[in-house]
Ligand binder design. Structure first.
Ligand SMILES: Cc1cc2nc3c(=O)[nH]c(=O)nc-3n(C[C@H](O)[C@H](O)[C@H](O)COP(=O)(O)O)c2cc1C
Length: 180
């Protein structure tokens, strides 16, 4: 059984170009179990994702995955958070009505007293438009590479892109968030 079929929710039938923007002071918060199932989300999450709040709990977080997002971005995220490191990144999310919204996301593991991972928490805020404009074409190239050669191809492309620009993933993301 696929991960999605365990959820009570279906994604949108049509994907549209309708963008919804976060407010300057908005924070979207969610928490998942160790497998990525939502165990908590705040009101702004519900407003932006447009699913009934009660149905979001228990759904896999990939419910709001947008097809314009490259898989390699989530691989980077999961590799870091499973290693108890922080992930920062730009994410285009899909709402129940088929629209989308961009976020600057921070994800980290929550640990128990013994240092075991018990859940993950993500806090997101509005990214600068300049960051979206810069990252969207890079994601498009990565998605196209994945269509041709899977994550091996997008992973290589991402590595080459960072090397050509003489930067690291973290440095790139932080500079874009600062509007640099
Ligand atoms: C705390 C937390 C928050 C996440 N938030 C998002 C999110 O806002 N959007 C998203 O597409 N994936 C998010 N993910 C990643 C998903 O779990 C998932 O890896 C991603 O949607 C890709 O789906 P897939 O792994 O089924 O390919 C989050 C994961 C965690 C642990």
């Amino acid at each position: 059984m696929s991960k999605k079929s365990l959820s009570k929710l279906d994604g949108p039938k049509n994907i549209t170009n309708n963008e919804r923007k976060l407010g300057d002071d908005d924070f979207i918060i969610s928490k998942t179990d160790t497998k990525g199932k939502i165990i908590y989300c705040n009101e702004i999450f519900v407003d932006m994702a447009k699913y009934p709040a009660k149905d979001l709990i228990g759904a896999n977080h990939n419910l709001i995955r947008h097809p314009d997002m490259p898989r390699v971005a989530f691989k980077v995220a999961w590799d870091l958070i499973q290693a108890k490191k922080e992930f920062f990144g730009f994410v285009k999310n899909l709402s129940a009505d088929g629209g989308y919204y961009w976020v600057f996301a921070y994800i980290t593991a929550d640990l128990d007293a013994k240092g075991n991972i018990i859940s993950y928490t993500s806090v997101r805020r509005k990214p600068p438009q300049s960051a979206i404009d810069a990252i969207a074409p890079v994601y498009k190239l990565l998605v196209d590479a994945e269509k041709r050669g899977g994550m091996e191809a997008s992973g290589k492309l991402l590595g080459d892109f960072l090397e050509e620009n003489n930067t690291t993933y973290d440095e790139l993301v932080m500079n874009l968030q600062k509007g640099a």
